[in-house]
Write a protein that binds this ligand. Structure first.
Ligand code: AMP
Ligand code: ZN
Length: 139
């Protein structure tokens, strides 16, 4: 299902033009308008989902397959030396467009495309508690 006021629904449906690198029944993959690196692309499901919590099981299953297909093409076409897969959910995580999308960010030796997180310090007892809390909620 599409959402009327959603820009990514319109792009995914082809109603707003985009630089499309791949399309099938369920997904359109486009170049990001403000790329973090050369070739930065977004995988958009054609069915609207706000975020990962809202995504259909069918699209969940297929999205990594599409990512791997496009990533392989990027490697050949762009000669990138790495690719980051990034997927933001919620404002606190940096999501600015509320239609699920998976970023494919090609990386080149020595680039500064992305700031990775600063590794923290873990405390074994706390880690054990956290793992137990999450495990208990797995459905
Ligand atoms: P996020 O911050 O994870 O929600 O990412 C949204 C991404 O969508 C950003 O990287 C934007 O540059 C990109 N973006 C926003 N509008 C468009 C558009 N019309 N066409 C292509 N990319 C877009
Ligand atoms: Zn949408």
């Amino acid at each position: 299902m599409r959402k009327d006021d959603c820009i990514f629904c319109k792009i995914a449906a082809g109603e707003i033009p985009s630089e499309t690198v791949y399309e099938d029944e369920e997904f359109r993959v486009i170049l990001d308008l403000n790329p973090a690196s050369k070739g930065h692309a977004l995988i958009l499901p054609k069915d609207h989902a706000d975020d990962i919590f809202d995504l259909s099981d069918k699209d969940k299953e297929r999205v990594l397959f599409v990512a791997s297909k496009v990533a392989s093409a990027m490697k050949e076409a762009l000669c990138c030396t790495g690719i980051n897969l990034v997927q933001n959910n919620g404002e606190s995580a940096g999501q600015t467009v509320k239609h699920f999308h998976l970023h494919l960010i090609p990386r080149y030796d020595g680039d500064s495309a992305m700031v990775l997180w600063k590794p923290g310090i873990s405390e074994p007892e706390e880690q054990k508690r956290i793992a137990m809390d999450i495990k208990a909620k797995i459905k």
